[in-house]
Design a protein around this ligand. Structure first.
Ligand code: HEC
Length: 266
């Protein structure tokens, strides 16, 4: 739980979600965003064709940033532009905002059978996408014209080197209220909506399909990773240590009581 000063604002895991790099680096961070884009993002949680806020960032926008004054927003953008750039070697020289292209998933699902959306061991990633995602994000993942449904290429989540936020978005969805309007995507694993509930294997297959087809194909995804994100993210080693410490302490106290009783009760 120590801060790594050399990686300040360079990104880190926060439970199920990953807080991405927001340094001024032009590849790994947000150094290519204009001041207006940063302000739009903080106020609305959404920039067309670039990025959206879900998880903890969605909550921060909903409950806090949308109410900031113009002067505070300006101060924040000036501060963010002045941060030390941090480059993540896994990004290579490819910014997460510029990866992927439109590809038709409908062409990959042949025949006139009803599209399956779950519950079949040989179901393909294209079929999972067509059955569960294309109705909103469209068959080429190009989104909707007004930007309400974002495109899944040129999207910070599918262009990321870390798969956590794509997995978490599919599991938990998006639910953000800003200025009286709602941005809503159902979760496919959180059991809070009536959308189809996908298991860890299906979500791993679908996530990999989306990275391969529309984003950064180098990213790998396993069912075990999905299970970890589903259950709140990887646990801090400190927590494990503190549990061992507590168990050890309890045993020592019990032994102490035992010794005390044996010695002084005669
Ligand atoms: C009912 C419509 C709907 C369906 C179905 C849907 N989405 Fe979404 N999706 C949305 C909306 C709305 C947003 C949020 C846009 C925003 O935040 O402004 C979104 C956001 C996203 C994001 C960006 C999240 C972020 O944190 O930036 C990704 C990635 C995504 N969806 C992938 C998927 C995938 C994969 C599926 C299929 C399992 C899917 N969506 C199904 C409506 C939908």
């Amino acid at each position: 739980m120590q801060e790594e000063a050399s990686k300040a604002l360079g990104g880190g895991s926060l439970g199920s979600w990953y807080a991405p790099n927001i340094t001024s680096d032009k590849i790994s961070g947000i150094g290519n965003w204009s001041q207006d884009e940063i302000k739009t993002y903080l106020k609305s949680g959404h920039i067309d064709g670039l990025t959206q806020a879900a998880g903890g960032m969605g909550e921060a926008v909903e409950h806090s940033f949308q109410h900031l004054t113009e002067a505070d927003l300006n101060a924040l953008t000036i501060y963010l532009a002045s941060t030390q750039p941090v480059r993540d070697p896994a990004d290579g020289n490819l910014s997460r905002f510029a990866l992927g292209q439109p590809v038709s998933s409908a062409d990959r699902v042949r025949g006139n059978q009803p599209i399956r959306s779950e519950d079949n061991p040989d179901i393909s990633g294209a079929e999972l996408f067509t059955g569960n995602c294309a109705s909103c994000h469209n068959y080429q993942a190009q989104g909707s014209h007004d930007g309400y449904y974002p495109s899944l290429w040129h999207n910070s989540v599918t262009g990321a080197s870390n798969p956590d936020n794509l997995i978490a978005t599919i599991l938990f969805g998006v639910d953000r209220h800003v200025a009286g309007a709602q941005a809503f995507m159902p979760g496919f694993g959180g059991k809070k909506t009536d959308a189809v509930q996908l298991n860890d294997e299906e979500i791993a297959k679908l996530t990999k399909y989306v990275f391969d087809t529309y984003g950064r194909p180098q990213v790998s995804v396993s069912p075990a990773q999905v299970a970890t994100i589903r259950h709140g993210g990887s646990k801090s080693p400190l927590l494990v240590l503190s549990r061992i410490g507590m168990a050890g302490g309890t045993i020592l106290i019990a032994l102490g009581c035992f010794w005390f009783l044996r010695t002084f009760r005669k």
